[in-house]
Design a binder for this molecule. Sequence first.
Ligand code: C2E
Ligand code: CA
Ligand code: CA
Ligand code: CA
Length: 275
Amino acid sequence: AKADGSGCLRFFEPESDSRMRQRRALESDLRRAWAARDFELFFQPIIDMKTRRVSCLEALLRWNHPDRGSVSPETFIPLAEEMGLIVPIGEWVLSEACAAAMTWPENLRVAVNLSPVQLAHIGLAEAITASLARTGLAADRLELEITETVMMKETRATLATLERLKALGLRIAMDDFGAGYSSLRNLQRFPFDKVKIDRAFTAGLGHSRQSAAIVRAVTGMCLSLGMVSTAEGVETEAQLDALDREGCTEAQGYLFSKPVPAKDVAALLDRLACA
Ligand code: C2E
Ligand code: CA
Ligand code: CA
Ligand code: CA
């Protein structure tokens, strides 16, 4: 039996034959899918709490598998990381996201998730510069979201990379704040523009005083440090009201919209502008 909950243990346990076979199958499917570019970017709006307008859209990768349907990025991204495929896939994501943003109103930014593997790859800054140059997107319209696992090791190299990306004019967000081994030291040490509060805290708003207290503390800290705070996973009006009270600056979640295909972004923006 595999105690799978913790994620870390998984890799050290022997995999059963059938699991191994499944994994191999998924690996070869993924390789084929990448060769055929069977991927698509969806976009989810992020709302500015003051204006109640869309300020940014987050790009979220989808794999349309012929038999399995839409495979979750939570499943295939770790696999792509292990296979070394995440670097070319990640470059494709960056390039597609920049191209999509060029079709939107100029005041909207695009946020792209970066894998720790990409951040450790020496070609990252060049790939980003190339995407911006090829599409003509202004650097200040691109945001990079990174999780804290990135910062656990190779602090100096990571810091140098982030400083370099900042120098290009990009914004950098810490993703899933509070979900893992969060360290306030990371907020001090790395040049973040934004903190994305993990949806576990948003979920508690309205019935958990602890969640409200944590959200209030994080948003207050962001304000003092000159950073934007974005609440993830906002699903109800009650949560939105609580976020407003606690001083959160941005909100994202199903309450506004699920992630939508690129072709539906224009209609989505219309709907949210009139909301
Ligand atoms: P994430 O960056 O934390 O993205 C937010 C996830 O929460 C997305 O799942 C989104 O669809 C979901 N979500 C948004 N609003 C709500 C809500 O109100 N309620 C609930 N329950 N969920 C909500 P998704 O698209 O399945 O992505 C999962 C994760 O996969 C992402 O988490 C991110 O870590 C990773 N990922 C997605 N696209 C990429 C990519 O292009 N590159 C890399 N490296 N990772 C990606
Ligand atoms: Ca994200
Ligand atoms: Ca997140
Ligand atoms: Ca996440």
